[in-house]
Design a binder for this molecule. Structure first.
Ligand code: 4AD
Length: 503
């Protein structure tokens, strides 16, 4: 009989020496002759449950020996503190109940290819990696809301069906709205600007959609964005807001999720450096950096490092392949096989980087003032910094119609992108908004947009226009940076990508 001292694994520290019941799923198990080690997960953590023959009835012992991965169980036992055990505690089992058995769970502790895992995302969410990322994403979202709520911002829910394009028209998803075309929102910004004229400091937070024909590691077609908008703010104020905001989110994740960051192999030491002020570069300075000999040397140094890394990986693969030919225990063979898959995928990645390095070096060397910064340019600049970098004052012709021109140099706009460090790249885009009615009309026309569609937006410049601005931070890109994920598809539970929507 299971007693009902139900406990969660994350709270076991409060129950040392007590009898508790855990309810969860079998994550992994190992069997000796007279003892079973069952690793149970319950949504709050992992716990090793030790079942000794003789301490429970033989029939149950045999059932537990054969119960499959991901079977649901309740397990009762005495909580012991044990430093070596996963989570720092273990359970000396006195009783157990198999709630629902699972057989042939498709995702085994061995490695699987990414395609397989994406097709099985509904199950893969139970893996340690996805669990850690999900916990961190939760903290990021909570920290985002906390920051704005604590700093006098009002949450405004902007619409998902929209008639006006906030960003490039080519990336709008069209929907049939009772026979008329409408679009899925690309940004809440335009509606948010109207709310800023009522509430002063506002933010919206929701899903956004872009029909971007990009299959890169940084693009999803559906992603979540938080956007603050502030009345009476200039560019410097926006940069200060953004660096305080990002630093507060990083600090919260370090405080709440250190263990998950470590499990994921994230670069915790680098995250600890994320405090204001961040670096500031104008676009013109960034262009000079890209074309400088120093950058060419930096990239050549990287190429050298990547070649060494490749050699190292190849040696390890050869060693593992050699070992696989010999005799070994099954668990060791599985472990080797998993590492081999990992190593081969790392090798493929290094090969791609080695192939791309000269192309990126050439693009950087040939960079000309006026072009928008490409993904590889951003990567180079962000690789050269150990803290986030603001790139400001982009050429007007490369940017959206709503950005305010710099009145002291009409060729550039008062905008910024924030690049996360160590090669991660852009996580925020923002700007001061054009607040002059006639200039805004001129910009709308210049970009070939219909003035009629923006009549309501132009009203904001007719009735008490004020300097104002804001920015948008992509949640998945931020989580990918914090957790050192290579691809942002790992940072949303059910990713939608240009070429594939799996489940
Ligand atoms: O730079 P973006 O396009 O800026 C805007 O949408 C502004 N209207 C925001 C504002 O000023 N209120 O996008 C902002 C951020 C990017 O820096 C990136 O983090 C994320 O949104 N983002 C994407 N994330 C994933 N997949 C995509 N396809 C993304 N496009 C943008």
């Amino acid at each position: 009989m299971i007693d009902d001292n139900a406990a969660y694994i994350e709270l076991l520290k409060d129950h040392v020496g007590q009898q508790v019941t855990l309810k969860g799923w079998l994550y992994n198990s190992r069997a000796g002759g007279k003892v079973l080690f069952l690793i149970i997960r319950d949504g709050t953590g992992l716990c090793q449950c030790v079942v000794e023959k003789g301490k429970i009835c033989d029939e149950l012992f045999e059932q537990l020996r054969h119960v499959g991965q991901e079977s649901s169980l309740s397990v009762t036992g005495l909580v012991r503190a044990d430093e070596r055990s996963v989570g720092g505690h273990e359970l000396a089992v006195t009783d157990a109940h198999i709630i629902a058995p699972a057989a042939n769970y498709p995702i085994t502790p061995k490695s699987h290819g990414i395609d397989f895992l994406l097709k099985h995302r509904h199950l893969h969410l139970r893996s340690q990696g996805q669990w850690c990322i999900g916990k961190i994403r939760h903290t990021v979202i909570d920290a985002v809301r906390r920051f704005f709520n604590d700093n006098g911002f009002t949450l405004i829910d902007t619409p998902i069906f929209t008639a006006t394009a906030g960003e490039e028209e080519q990336t709008l998803f069209e929907v049939d709205y009772f026979g008329s075309p409408l679009h899925l929102t690309q940004t809440g910004q335009l509606h948010l600007e109207s709310a800023a004229m009522s509430f002063g400091k506002v933010y919206c937070f929701g899903p956004t959609f872009r029909a971007e024909k990009s299959k890169t590691r940084r693009h999803l077609t559906e992603f979540w964005m938080v956007e603050p908008e502030v009345a009476f703010i200039e560019l410097d104020g926006l940069l200060e807001l953004a660096e305080n905001f990002v630093s507060s989110v990083v600090a919260r994740v370090l405080q709440d999720n250190r263990r998950q960051l470590e499990t994921l192999g994230a670069d915790v030491a680098s995250l600890e450096k994320i405090t204001p002020p961040f670096y500031r570069l104008t676009y013109t300075e960034a262009a000079e950096v890209l074309t400088s000999p120093k950058t060419a040397d930096f990239l050549a140094g990287q190429l050298e490092e990547m070649r060494n890394q490749k050699k190292h990986i190849e040696d390890r693969i050869a060693q593992l392949e050699e070992e696989q030919k010999g005799q070994m225990k099954q668990w060791k063979r599985d472990k080797n096989a998993a590492e081999l898959i990992e190593m081969r995928s790392e090798l493929a990645e290094v090969d791609t980087k080695i192939e791309n390095n000269p192309k990126h070096a050439q693009l950087a060397a040939e960079f000309r003032w006026g072009k928008d910064l490409g993904g590889s340019d951003e990567t180079i600049i962000s690789q050269m910094h150990d803290k986030p970098v603001f790139v400001t004052h982009y050429p007007k012709k490369a940017k959206a119609f709503y950005m305010k021109s710099d009145r002291s140099n009409e060729d550039v706009v008062l905008n910024f992108d924030l690049l996360a460090p160590a090669g991660f790249g852009e996580i925020i885009g923002g700007s001061v908004r054009e607040d002059d009615h006639d200039r805004l009309i001129a910009r709308i026309k210049e970009q070939g947009l219909s003035v009629e569609n923006y009549e309501w937006y132009l009203d904001l410049r007719k009735y008490g226009s004020v300097p104002h601005g804001g920015f948008g931070l992509g949640i998945e890109r931020t989580v990918a940076w914090l957790t050192s994920q290579k691809h942002i598809r790992q940072c949303i539970p059910f990713p939608r990508m240009m070429d594939k929507v799996y489940i």
